[in-house]
Design a protein around this ligand. Structure first.
Ligand SMILES: Nc1ncnc2c1ncn2[C@@H]1O[C@H](COP(=O)(O)OP(=O)(O)OP(=O)(O)O)[C@@H](O)[C@H]1O
Length: 255
C-alpha cells in the first residue's frame, strides 16, 4: 500500500440496463493533488463518483481511499474523506451554523472550534447565523462543502461543485478549492464538464469519454502538448477517438 495515494481506482466498470455506464476506469490521485475528472454530460463522471461514495456498486473493479477498500472497509475508507455529490442539500429553515453543527454530530471527537474554523474557511463566518433559505446558490454550495469539510478530511470528492451556479458563485467555489488546497493541504477529486474550469484549478486531469478514460496527465504537460487551450486539445482527442471507433466498426463489417 502506498500511503501517498489518496484515491486508487482500479478496473472500475458498471453497465446499466440500457448498456451505458463506465468501462475499465483506472486512475490514482496522489496526496496534495487537485485532480480534475473531466467529461461531457453523460460521460460517466457521476457513476464513478457514486461508486467512490459507496452509493452504487460496480460490476467489476475496486476503489481504495488511503489504502482502504470502499467495498469491504467502507467506514475506514470514508473516515478521511468528505463527499459532496451534485447539489448541496441543507435544512433551509435552519442557519448555516446549525446545519454544520448537525453534520459535526457524526464526528463526536471534533473540537467545538471546528465549526467557526470551517465557516471562516468557506467565507460564511459573517452569515453563519442567517437561515440557509436566505442564502444565494453559491453560499449554499459553500455550505455543502463546509459540511463535507467539517471532519477535517484529507480528501474531498466533489461532483460538479459549480453546476448550476452563476459566474460569481462559480468563482467563489473555485477560489475556495484553491484556498483549501493551499492552506489545509486538502487533496481534491473534482468532476466537471467545463474544461476551462479544470484548467484553472487542477494540477492533474483525467478525460472521460463515453465511459472510458481516454487521457490522463499533469495539467502543465497536457497544456504544453496541446499547444493552445485544453478545449482545443479535448476536441482533437475526441476526433481521434471517433476515428478509431469508425475504423474498428469498418474492420468488423469487412471480416
Ligand atoms: N440509473 C441509471 N440507469 C440507466 N442509465 C444510467 C443511470 N445513471 C446513469 N445512466 C447513464 O449512464 C451514462 C453515464 O451517466 P453519468 O450520470 O455517470 O454521466 P455524467 O458524466 O455524470 O453526466 P452528467 O454530467 O450529465 O451527470 C449516461 O449515458 C446516463 O444516461
Amino acid at each position: 500500500m502506498n500511503a501517498e495515494i489518496a484515491l486508487d481506482i482500479q478496473g472500475l466498470s458498471k453497465t446499466y440496463r440500457n448498456k451505458r455506464g463506465i468501462d475499465d476506469i483506472t486512475l490514482q490521485v496522489a496526496r496534495g493533488d487537485v485532480y480534475g475528472f473531466f467529461g461531457p454530460n453523460g460521460a460517466g463522471k457521476s457513476t464513478v463518483m457514486k461508486i467512490i461514495a459507496g452509493l452504487i456498486k460496480p460490476d467489476r473493479g475496486h476503489v481504495r481511499l488511503f489504502g482502504h477498500d470502499v467495498g469491504d472497509q467502507y467506514e475506514l475508507a470514508m473516515s478521511q474523506a468528505g463527499v459532496l455529490i451534485e447539489k448541496a442539500e441543507a435544512f433551509e429553515y435552519m442557519s448555516g451554523r446549525r446545519n454544520l453543527e448537525l453534520a459535526a454530530r457524526l464526528y463526536p471527537g471534533l473540537p467545538k472550534t471546528r465549526i467557526d474554523e470551517v465557516l471562516e474557511l468557506v467565507g460564511l463566518a459573517a452569515s453563519g447565523r442567517e437561515k440557509v433559505g436566505h442564502y444565494s446558490l453559491g453560499m449554499k454550495q459553500r455550505l455543502g462543502i463546509a459540511c463535507a469539510l467539517v471532519s477535517k478530511p484529507k480528501l474531498l470528492i466533489l461532483d460538479e461543485p459549480t453546476n448550476g451556479l452563476d459566474i460569481e458563485s462559480m468563482v467563489e467555489v473555485r477560489e475556495l478549492i484553491k484556498r483549501l488546497a493551499a492552506q489545509e493541504r486538502t487533496t481534491f477529486f473534482v468532476s466537471s464538464h467545463l474544461i476551462s474550469e479544470m484548467e484553472m484549478i487542477c494540477n492533474r486531469i483525467g478525460i472521460l469519454h463515453e465511459g472510458k478514460l481516454i487521457r490522463e496527465g499533469g495539467m502543465a504537460e497536457l497544456l504544453q502538448e496541446s499547444g493552445q487551450s485544453l478545449e482545443t486539445y479535448f476536441v482533437a482527442q475526441l476526433r481521434i477517438e471517433r476515428e478509431g471507433a469508425r475504423h474498428e466498426s469498418a474492420a468488423v463489417q469487412y471480416h
